[in-house]
Each structure stands twice: as C-alpha cells, then as structure tokens.
Write a protein that binds this ligand. Sequence first.
Ligand code: ADP
Ligand code: MG
Ligand code: MG
Length: 934
Amino acid sequence: MAKYVYFFSKEFVEGSAEMKDILGGKGANLAEMCRIGLPVPPGFTISAEVCDYYYKHNHTYPPELEEQVNEALEKLEKIRGRKLGDPKKPLLVSVRSGAAVSMPGMMDTVLNLGLNEKTLEALAEETDNPRFAWDAYRRLIQMFGDVVLGIPHEEFEHAIEEVKREFGKRQNIEGIDEMTQEQLNKLVPDTALTVDDLKELVKKYMEIYEKHGKTFPQDVNEQLWMAIGAVFGSWNNPRAVKYREIHNIKGLLGTAVNIQTMVFGNLGEDSGTGVGFTRNPSTGENKLYGEYLLNAQGEDVVAGIRTPKPIDELKNEMPKVYEELLKIKDILEKHYRDVQDFEFTIERGKLWMLQTRTGKRTAQAAVKIAVDMVKEGLIDKKTAILRIDPNSIDQLLHPTFDPEEEKKAKVIARGLPASPGAATGRVVFNAEEAEKWAKNGEAVILTRLETSPEDIGGMAVSKGILTARGGMTSHAAVVARGMGIPCVAGAGDIAIDYDNKQFKVGDVVVKQGDWISINGALGTVYLGKIPTIEPEVAGDFKTIMDWADEFRKIGVHTNADTPRDTAVAVKFGAEGIGLCRTEHMFFEGNRIVSFRKMILVADEVKTLRQRLEELPEDSEEYEKVKKELEQPLAQYNQALEELLPLQREDFIGIFRELGGRPATIRLLDPPLHEFLPKDEKGQQEMAEAMNVPVEKVKRTVEELHEFNPMLGHRGCRLGLTYPEVTEMQVRAIIEAAIQVKREGIEVRPEIMVPLVGHWKELQLTREVIDRTAKKVFEELGEKVEYKVGTMIEVPRGAITADEVAQYADFFSFGTNDLTQMGSGFSRDDAGKFLKDYVRMGIYDEDPFQVLDQTGIGRLMKIAVKYGRQTNPDLKVGICGEHGGEPKSVMFCHRIGLDYVSCSPYRVPVARLAAAQAAILYGEPGKEIEGEKLW
Ligand code: ADP
Ligand code: MG
Ligand code: MG
C-alpha cells in the first residue's frame, strides 16, 4: 500500500531532511529537528504526492489517505493525551502548507484548528484564561474564513477595527473615529481587547460568514478535511503560480500538508513567538539574529500590526529561553552546516521549534559566512565555493548606496533593474553633453528616451544611465551591463522634454544639472544625492576568489575595448582580453568624422577599382576612370591614415595594461550604416562637417540600407570587400605591439576574424593579415608573435569547423550571434515572444541570457571536437555574453573550452562559476568524450 502520511515526534519519526521532495521543506525539517532532539510539537505530514494525485484526479484523494490520516491522528492524540474535538481535553492543531522549495507566505496555513463552541470552553477552563481561548477562537474563524472559504480578509480586519474603535470610545480616547488604522493599532493593540470584546468580534465574524452564505463548521473533523483541501487548493492560487513563474520553480509534485499540535504564544506575558537566523543574514556576522513578540501568535511577528523586538532583548526578558536558543543555534549549524532561518514559539516559558530552513542571505553575508565556516571547521573550501551563488556576487562589484541613506531618499520613479549598482550624478540629456560635463569632472547620469550606438562615448563616461523606454536587453541595458555602469531602463513614468532639457515625473520637474540617484539593482530613481560605497575584491571576498582559483581549471578573460576597462578587469582577475571590439573605438571623439569620410566614398572606390581592373590599361576609358577615382581614393586613404594612429594608441594602452596577457582583437564587425546618423538633423550636421551636399549623405545612408543587417554586409564580408580597412587595423595592432614590446613589456596579440561561415573567408582574410604583419615587421625591423583565429558565430562555421580550423590558431564562440542564427530569431525582435516561449516551457530560460545547451551548445560541441581534430593545438574560448553567466560557464568547462571571456564586472562571477564546475565535474571536456554529435 502506498504510504502518504509520515509521523514526526520526539519518540517516533518517519521523515528526514532528505525527503523534501515528498514532505516539502517544512515537513522534512520538522522531522529532522525531531531526529536531532530539538523540541518540536509532534504531528504528521501528508505527502506532496497526494497533491499531485489531487490535481490529476479531479480534486479527489487517494482512497488510502483517510485511513492513514486517522491512524496518525490517533497516534498524535495518544502522545498528547488529548483528542480532536474532545469537550474536556481537546487537541488543537495547525494545518500548514509547505513545498519542496520554500515559497514564503505564498500558500496557506490555518492555526488553532479543533476549536468550536464546546472545546473553547474546555480550553478556557483548562488554561484558566478565557481571554486566550476566545483570542484563539476568533483567529481560527478569521483564518478559516479567509484561507478555506475565500472570504476577503479585509472584512475581518474591518470588524477588528470597529471593535477597537468601540473599545477606544469606552476608554474616552479622543478623536478615535478619525484615526488611521495604524494609529488605532498603536493605541489599541490586539492584546488590549477583553473577553467581551473578543466575543463581540466573534459575533461580527459570524455575521460576515452569513453575509457570504457560509457557516463556520462546528464539526472538527469537517474543519480538518476542509483545511487540508484548502492547502492543496492553495498550491495553484494565482499568487503561488506567479511566484513559481518569477522564480522559475518547475517540476515539483505540489505542496505537502503538515498537521501539527498547536503550541501557544498568546497565553500571556510568559509566552511569545518569533523568528530567528543563526547568523546575521545581511552582514553575515556570527551572532543570533531575529525578532519576537510576547503574547502573540504565528503571523503576528511579520504582520506589522505590532512592532516586534530585537532578539537581544529576550536575553533580559527570558534569559533561560535565550540561553536555550543559543544552544539551538549551535546544534542547528553543526547539524545543517549552514545558516538556518527558524520559527519558534514560547508557551509559558517553554521553547518550541516550529520550522527551520536554509537562511537566505545577501551576497556580502554569503561570502563572510562561507569563509567563517571554513575557519570554524564546519565546512571545507569546496563546500564554501559551492555555497555562493555566482550571480549574486555581482552585487559586490558595483558601488552601492549606503543603505541607511537610501532608505531616507525620495523615490520619484521606477523602471527595470537593467544593470546593477548605485549611481549618483547630475542629469544630462545627450551623450555629447555627458562627455563635456565628464571632462570637467562632473558626475553625470545620462537620461534618454533610449540610447543608440552613437551614444557610446557619453555612456562610457556616465556614472549611470536612465532611459524611459526599452527592456532588459535594450541597447542601454546591454551596453550598461557590459560596461558595469548602473542602469535603470524603461522608467515609463518620466516624461523627457529634450527641447527644454528637463524631465517631469508626477509633479516633480528635474532639470539638466539637477542631482538624481539610481539603483540599478532595484530599478529605483531618487531625487538628490545618495552617498555610495566603492567595491573592491578584498577581505573575505578575496579569500573566496583565491580559493576559487585554486580549483578552477579553465581561464577567465574579459571583453574590454579600452585601457580603462582592461585595468578594471585585470584588477578583478582577468587573465587576458577575450574580445576587444574595435568598432567602439571608431565612435570616440573626432574619429567618427574620419570613419564617416571613408564610408562616404568606400563604395565608389570599390566600384571604380573593379571597373579599372576590367579595362585594358592603355585605353582611353582607363585613363578617365583613373582620373575619376583619384579624389575619392585620396579621401578613402586619408581617412584610413587618420584612423591608424588613433587605433594604434588604443592598442598601445591596452597592451600596456595587459602586461603580457593575451589580447584577442576582433576586426571590424558591424555593418557600415551603423556608423551613420539616422535622423535628418544628424545627416545635415554630417554633411556640413564633411563639406558635401546633404543629398550625398542621404544617398549613402540609403545605399547602405539593409533589410536584415544582422545577416548583411558585415564581419569578414566587410573586410574582404574593403581589405584596406583590415590592413589598417592589422597595421595598428602590430605596430602597437612592437612599440610596447620595445618598452620591455611582453605582448600577445591575437587577431580575430568575425563572422566566418566558410573556410575560404578565413583563408583570404588571413592572407591579408599575414601579408600586412610581414610588411610591418620589415619596416620596423622587429617581429612579434601573433595568432590569427576566428569567431565561431555562424552555424555553417561551426559544423565545418574541421575545415575552418585549417586556418585558425584559435576559435572564440560568439554565442550572441550563434544563438540568433542558430535558432533563427534575432535578439532585437525575440523580445516579443521569448517570454511566452519560456512560460510555455519551449525554452527553460531566455537563450540570450542562459546558453541553450542542447541546441546552440550542440553546435559548440561539434565545433570543438572537429576543430581540434584538424588542429590539436586549437585554443577555444567563448566571448558572447554567456561567458559571464554561471550555468553557461559550467557548460563551457564541461565541453572543454580553454577559457571564457566576459565583461570586466562579470570576471569574478565567471571565476567562481568555473571553480564550481571543476569541483562538480572534474576535468574539462568530459562531456564530449565519446559522445556522438551527429
Ligand atoms: P508560512 O509558510 O507562511 O511561514 P507556516 O505554516 O510556517 O506558514 O505558519 C504560519 C505561522 O504560524 C508561523 O509563524 C508559524 O510559526 C505558526 N505556526 C504554525 N504551526 C504552529 C503550531 N502548531 N503552533 C504554533 N504556531 C504555529
Ligand atoms: Mg513559516
Ligand atoms: Mg557577432
């Protein structure tokens, strides 16, 4: 016969902490606490399998259930010497929900079950405390009405309010009718109500029931089964469903139901209830932490009606109980070897434990606790590393607001928490202005409707970015995260008025230059300055990162385009640059002017050249075309010449910062039109700056227009059409490398060709690269070692990796593009349906955030395996945004990549995730050993 009911008591326990799947976290840990001798009111747990059955069988129970429940109940009654519904010695129980994953407050619990008009009398007599009995009774009626019968709880609260006002009037308290509920609760706490008040309240409650056509069951058995049904029903209440959706909780059987003997914290001033943590969950300090209330029951502590006291005060109020709690803290931590978050109740001076679970904590606390526990010998280093959620340490890497000051600040708007961190600065409304102000040493917050690639320069110098439009993968959000700049995106309530340089939100007007603060982890916007605290990898955080490096087996590089980013990344432990995007360099300052000059004539130069090639050299036509080519070619070459020294300077700065670490530099990638202004005004300005008619600019913009730029003229395709650009870039890299080498600093340039899908693309580009490098070596009379490799981001490139690898020293997976092209949806458009896809379970997670291991991951495995078959020394890494996402990092370890590369602020995250992968999976590359990939 299937077993559905598990008993727990000091004398007899059936469950254990290992059985969370079927007993839920609460039930499993109640059993476990019994096992380790802690004082737990006895009871039994109905398995979550019943919940599963209930939903699969049209809201009915397995036939065996009733008998098993009755049997357990009899056992409980025997232990307690009381009976459910007994008119002399009634047993009271709580009926509590609890799933395998904790969902605090999401599902329902009923306390004091077993009370009715008869047992109430017995309880009053037995405790010699009728007030207590009536208080328990009114709580039951209230909770039962709300939780089981679905009567809105406000109606019960309203009734309490009425009774309290009447109480106030009797006491001649002035102005009682005008008081807010809060004031009322302060003046007349629940505990002030007398037996008669409570009786009156019960009467009012019964009227509420009647109004809703319900009755409160006097039959205790009926109470029990209705409550059990309600708990199972609460598994699918909208709140709980939403909670599971938000926290991506899937694959659970349902909730278990715990039926547990009541203990009473509302018996008087020698009783109470509270919650505790074995260590401080926000700082990690090794000290008992918590809150309690005397003469209170269950939810009172968190309900906010009365203000609970810090647990320290219990030391004075009930020294014995406090001592016992300290002992229990120790027992719990020695047993669970982790911080516990627990509930307790004191009944007439005796302490009872009602729940324990792993305590949630801030990143700061997690790190301190892990290090402390290793020092205390509670856990080993491996466990310490595995304990810390790599995603959470992001919080430690950005400046944060002083929490006290943040509480005091005025929230004026809310948007998406697009890039974590805290920023305070003065509002500016465009990128140019941002750069100008920043040069003068001003802290600025760039505030835009939305941002575009042209804003990069201004974004880079801003302390924070605020946009009114756009989501978590909008340009502002992605770029800000990449740069580690706090960003609040899509704060729809702010109305930006560019013309008057101000924004309005509600009746607040914020002008250019006004101070605001944003919290990119919360999505909040504040008026005024809030002091911040700077991040550092120091203290316990550094200890954890050092331990992580002891275990880690793959490298962690960074995506960095500037010496500044490089320096930050190196400070955070980056072992090289995995992706240096050269196009960002074209946007800075005046460079865009030179680059645009080149774009303006690029097509003309190409076309004329091709014509020239086809014509016989001695023809008249040849001379004519040659003449025609002169001017544009001069402009083309001049633009490139202007760019060369600027690019070289960038690379010199980067090589210096790297101090001998490798730098993977990607050749120009985006389509040319991205460098041109889209709007009329910008085009006008460009025409003036270049001294050409605006029509010329417009025509170029039109000519460069593409229906699907993602699949258009970009990447190596661009370099193959305009080899001079590649030559200029390679020259800049090699010249910079030689110069830095001459300064006595080691250099390791690796030139990366983007968007290769066919081996010939790489072969031809490599020819240009090698030829140019050789030329520079000869000119300068000095050589440097360099590598040439390719991004693997086109599916064709991945599955023909054996061919591509003939010409590659390294591969780097560009998983942003590989995901787009491999799945057939663009990142910019997928926002419309990907959320639904995740909700429908087609994808478990957004594949642009967490690598799709079975699909895109398969392409990667193929590329690794076949690439190395051709070139056993092939170095393989990843440089897509996934390179800083913990699950994806672990996958990269498992398929044998040599390194991952991510934005500077994700470097510690990746180091930790890589260490976890090494601890969990051993040597890298095991996943593809012997696996059949086709
Ligand atoms: P949640 O999961 O929402 O915390 P719980 O089932 O833990 O709900 O119960 C709500 C409150 O009632 C808690 O404060 C808990 O300690 C208290 N409580 C539950 N069962 C009992 C009991 N048998 N005796 C006394 N208090 C109880
Ligand atoms: Mg609880
Ligand atoms: Mg790409």
